[in-house]
Design a protein around this ligand. Structure first.
Ligand SMILES: NC(=O)c1ccc[n+]([C@@H]2O[C@H](COP(=O)([O-])OP(=O)(O)OC[C@H]3O[C@@H](n4cnc5c(N)ncnc54)[C@H](OP(=O)(O)O)[C@@H]3O)[C@@H](O)[C@H]2O)c1
Length: 333
């Protein structure tokens, strides 16, 4: 392993932050038991905010950005991992409180490392990344709470995003009927149907009503938006239905009543992909390497860029209008 390596590291300035390409050594990185040669990373919304400085994601400076990585172990001080092992890390405070994945060499806590599942390549791991993991975690929690296809259609909001796209694929594989509620019905209906959506609904044409309980329409929901949309979901999900609350793309606020919970038994399931019990994390990744792997991962993550292209790609993501995920090839396989 070379002594020095390239990384995209974010510094705090008097006003704001600045992402710089730098040559680092291991001594510059946070402590950790496992050193990984990074094959791939990917861009999540959090990463784009951290790199562009448009959101407060990093909790210490300077820090290598990037919440996800996949790669090969260079060396490890714990017996669980050895040189040459293929691994992935998502969340676990990488690219937030700890140095992250936008680097040729990363050093990470052993507790964050997951062996690459059988049946998954290093690139596929990052085509999924935190978004795919979160979608799968959400579906897992819905199944654990007795969501079954006979209870009705699952509506997925923000479906053209990474989380929504993977959620549609998994739900379809599990035999659910899926409705995609999107702001891009005019231009992304074919994409959503190719992933498995049975129905594409235009969010802009939606009548949400305002009563504490509206006519039930959905067996359950995967919600990436929060705000008024999540409030409406609580009012329209069937008896004993579940809602995985994942995102806040619309708003972090939630204005609803207890009526759906106490009169329809609806469950609002919180999903946090950063701090996840280890056995859940491994089980979810195993499924993603097997039957839950989206058949059209090529459509979900159509772009592969280099480390040098990261800053511009982060700007483009924050500017909006893109769909699908971006994989970052760092050292490659
Ligand atoms: N809980 C967790 O641990 C966790 C983990 C990962 C991500 N997240 C959050 O989950 C959400 C989805 O993540 P993602 O990676 O899929 O994000 P993404 O790729 O940016 O997609 C978000 C989708 O939401 C819709 N959208 C965006 N802005 C909107 C707005 N202002 N109003 C209404 N809809 C809007 C769009 O879908 P349409 O155009 O199709 O409607 C967009 O494709 C984000 O809020 C993200 O921060 C949470």
């Amino acid at each position: 392993m070379a002594d020095d390596f390239r990384a995209l590291r974010v510094h705090k300035l008097d006003k704001g932050t600045e992402a710089r390409f730098e040559t680092l050594t291991l001594a510059d990185l946070d402590p950790g038991e496992v050193v990984v040669r990074v094959a791939y990373s990917c861009i999540n919304y959090k990463d784009a905010l951290a790199v562009t400085g448009k959101g407060r994601i990093l909790r210490a400076f300077p820090k290598v950005a990037g919440i996800d990585l996949s790669g090969t172990v260079e060396f490890s001080t714990v017996p669980a991992y050895g040189k040459g092992d293929k691994v992935l890390v998502t969340g676990c405070n990488l690219g937030e409180a700890l140095d992250g994945g936008f680097t040729e060499i990363a050093r990470v806590p052993a507790s964050a490392v997951v062996p690459l599942p059988a049946g998954m390549s290093l690139r596929e791991a990052m085509a999924l990344g935190t978004a795919g993991f979160t979608a799968a975690l959400g579906v897992r929690r819905m199944l654990e709470n007795h969501q079954t296809p006979d209870k009705g259609t699952i509506v997925v909001t923000g479906p053209t995003g990474g989380v929504g796209s993977v959620a549609i694929s998994i739900l379809k594989h599990l035999g659910f009927k899926v409705a995609a509620l999107t702001g891009k019905a005019d231009r992304q209906a074919d994409y959503l149907k190719a992933l498995g959506a049975d129905e594409v609904i235009d969010r802009k044409a939606l009548e949400m009503g305002a009563r504490p309980l509206e006519r039930t329409q959905w067996g359950g929901a995967v919600d990436n938006l929060g705000g008024n949309t999540l409030a409406w979901l609580t009012r329209t999900v069937e008896q004993w239905g579940t809602i995985a609350s994942i995102g806040l793309a619309q708003d972090f606020k939630l204005d609803t009543t207890v009526m759906p919970f106490i009169l329809r038994g609806v469950s609002l399931l919180g999903i946090n992909s950063v701090d996840v019990p280890r056995e859940w994390r491994e089980a979810v990744w195993d499924r993603l390497g097997g039957p839950w792997k989206p058949a059209r991962l090529d459509l979900i993550a159509p772009r592969t860029i280099t480390l040098d292209e990261l800053p511009a790609a982060c700007e483009a993501l924050v500017a909006g209008g893109q769909h699908g995920r971006t994989v970052v090839r760092i050292c490659g396989d």
